[in-house]
Every structure is written in structure tokens, then in C-alpha cells.
Design a protein around this ligand. Structure first.
Ligand code: MRU
Length: 358
């Protein structure tokens, strides 16, 4: 199975542009239903991000980029003032859809900068450039993921057991994923990796999405509940952990799906390397440490009656953070499209952000 970026995916793409609309695979309905939302307004895109129809840091950024274009495409020619006001307002609004993934702000900033580089040109030209920029962000993401996969593969070996948490796969990106990219490349090379997917409470991205996409690709995946990871490691079935991230702080602290920190501590206790796959669009040098990363808190109902059935008493207090922060000291390496970064991270991350890709 040789996949070209964005093509021949083993699963339907998370984000696509069709004629005049944004198509988002509604990930709330996976794995049982394949349904696309067809969006034409930025407020719909914001809602789709908030409600997790599209999720995963890179995919959120890509969707927001198209959302920004949708926000300004109907401004009449000549209404310069209206255009710039609406561009900034829509960017601010989309930027508040979810707080943790920095890719959202990265993509919106890139779009606004592209528009600003054409200031003074006819609005039709600027709008066309914005649509092209969103397309470029999407195409580049597939390339970036493939390169992350290649670097990550250099840390793995045929026959290994690999554990992952949440979904940092093709469904979270334009293609391949970040943490799952090496698993797809290993499959292309005929390697036999045994993957353990944490189900990932409370919204089950591991069960509904990671297990789904790996199974579709014919990769050996075993689903476990989150509280089984320790037992699986104790049995000696895991030789590497690889996860994605929503934001890497300047000191190497890493925000990712709630439960990731626990997995990192378990990996340390069992002497298993803990790798974080991170496109440079997830690295935020303006955030000094993990304590400065905003952590989203989500509705109690995700915990008390996820997917319909009530599993806790009505009115019980609930704490439902969507992400946690793994301190840099637990991270064996951060794998970017520009190469593998080892501690000390402050210096390695700064250098990676300055260097061209290799
Ligand atoms: O709440 P989600 O599903 O958006 O959380 C996703 C994750 O935590 C992923 O691991 C992260 O965004 C990286 S995706 C390549």
C-alpha cells in the first residue's frame, strides 16, 4: 500500500474542498457512519470544531483556514474596509473555537499574513489567494506528516509493540497522521508492528478513530481500555509509545489528549521510550512552559452520559479537562518533519524552528 499524500487513503479524508464548500467528515459518527458536513459559513466551521466533528490539531487548523476564506469570500469588490474588518473578526472568532491546539492560531495567522501580503490588490485576487493558501496548508500537512513518519520509523524496528493514545492519525490531519504516520510507512515496508490503541476516555478517539483507521489499513491493532495500558506494558508487549500533540511549549512540555501524561509516567516506570510526533506547526515558542498552555475543559455530559446512556448520578460534580501536560523530562524525543529532537528541548526546539526541513 503506497499512499500519495491526500490520495488512496485507507479511510475517507477528514477535510476536503469541493467546488464551493468545505467538506468535513463528521467524526462524531465514526466508526459506524461515513457522513460529510457541507459547510459554507465560518460559524458552521467554528461549531464543527467545537463539537468535535473535525478534531486533531492539524485538521482543526486546516478547517479553520478554509473557514476564514468562507468568511470573506462574499465581500463585494471595492469594499476594502469591510473586507479587512471581516477578515480580522472572522479570524478572531474561529480562533476561539478550541483553546489548546496551537495549529489553529498558526493556520489563521498564516492566512491573514497571506492576505496582508496582497494589500492594495483587487479583493477578487486576495480571496483567490486565500483559498489557494488553505489548499496549500492542507497539501503541505500531508507532506509534513509523511516526513514525520519517516523520521519516526528510524526509531522503531520490525516486530515491535507500539502503544498510542487518542487519535493522531490520518483523521486528525490531511493524511497519514503524525503519531500514526510511521505505522502506515512500516506497513508499506512490510514490517509487522503490533499496535495497542488506548480507547481514550471520555470521547473514545482511540476506539472510534484510531482502531477504525488502522484496521481499515490492515494494520495489526488491539484496542485496550485506558486502564489496561499498565498491564500491557508489564507483560512486555510494548517497546515504544508514540503520541501526537496539540502544543509543545518552548521548554519541551507537551499538551496532548487527557491521559497522555499517565501513559508517559507508565512508560518511564517500564523503561519504554515515550515519543511525541509534532509538526512544527504544533511547536509554540511563545508559550514558555506547559503551565502556560490553556487547557480546554469540556461539558460534564461527556463523562456522565457519553454516547447517550447515563453512567453517573445526576448532578454529580465532574472535572473534564480535554488535555493534560506531559513534562519534558518524560519525553524521550520529539519527532518533527525536520528531524528528531532530543533533550535539552529548549535549544533543540529553537533550532528546529529556524532550520529548513530535511
Ligand atoms: O480532542 P481531540 O480529539 O482534538 O484531541 C486530539 C489529540 O489529542 C491529538 O493527539 C492531537 O491533536 C494531535 S493530532 C495529530
Amino acid at each position: 500500500m503506497r499512499m500519495k499524500p491526500g490520495m488512496d487513503l485507507p479511510h475517507p479524508p477528514a477535510v476536503a474542498w469541493k467546488e464551493d464548500r468545505l467538506m468535513l467528515l463528521d467524526q462524531r459518527r465514526l466508526p459506524t457512519e461515513t457522513v460529510y458536513l457541507e459547510l459554507t459559513r465560518p460559524e458552521e466551521v467554528r461549531e464543527a470544531i467545537r463539537e468535535l466533528a473535525v478534531r486533531g490539531a492539524p485538521a482543526i487548523g486546516i478547517a479553520a483556514a478554509y473557514g476564514l476564506y468562507l468568511g470573506v469570500r462574499d465581500v463585494p469588490e471595492g469594499d476594502e474596509e469591510g473586507f479587512w474588518q471581516l477578515l480580522n473578526r472572522t479570524s478572531d472568532r474561529l480562533g476561539t473555537s478550541r483553546p489548546t491546539a496551537v495549529n489553529l492560531h498558526w493556520a489563521l495567522r498564516r492566512m491573514v499574513r497571506r492576505a496582508e501580503s496582497l494589500k492594495g490588490k483587487p479583493l477578487s485576487e486576495i480571496k483567490e489567494a486565500l483559498l489557494q493558501e488553505a489548499e496549500t496548508i492542507r497539501r503541505e500537512d500531508a507532506e509534513v506528516c509523511r516526513r514525520i513518519g519517516e523520521h519516526a520509523l528510524s526509531l522503531l524496528e520490525d516486530g515491535m509493540g507500539v502503544l498510542t493514545h487518542c487519535n493522531a492519525g490520518g483523521l486528525a490531519t490531511a493524511a497519514y497522521g503524525t503519531a500514526l504516520a510511521p505505522l502506515y510507512l512500516a506497513k508499506e515496508r512490510g514490517w509487522r508492528l503490533k499496535v495497542f490503541a488506548d480507547e481514550t476516555r471520555p470521547v473514545l478517539q482511540g476506539a472510534r478513530l484510531t482502531a477504525y483507521e488502522l484496521k481499515q489499513a490492515g494494520i495489526d491493532v488491539t484496542l485496550i481500555c485506558d486502564n489496561m495500558a499498565a498491564a500491557v506494558m508489564q507483560r512486555g508487549w510494548v517497546q515504544a509509545v508514540i503520541v501526537g500533540t496539540d502544543r509543545v511549549a518552548a521548554n519541551g512540555d507537551v499538551a496532548n489528549k487527557i491521559g497522555t501524561y499517565g501513559v508517559a509516567v507508565l512508560a518511564r516506570a517500564h523503561g519504554i521510550p515515550f515519543y511525541v510526533a509534532a509538526p512544527t506547526s504544533s511547536i509554540d515558542l511563545e508559550t514558555p512552559t506547559g503551565a502556560d498552555i490553556p487547557i480546554e475543559e469540556r461539558p460534564a455530559e461527556e463523562v456522565t452520559q457519553g454516547f447517550g446512556k447515563r453512567t453517573a448520578p445526576e448532578g454529580v460534580s465532574v472535572y473534564n479537562p480535554a488535555f493534560d501536560v506531559t513534562p519534558a523530562e518524560y519525553v524521550t524525543a520529539i519527532i518533527t518533519e525536520r528531524g528528531v529532537i532530543r533533550p535539552p528541548y529548549a535549544e533543540g526546539l529553537r533550532r528546529a524552528m529556524e532550520e529548513p526541513s530535511k
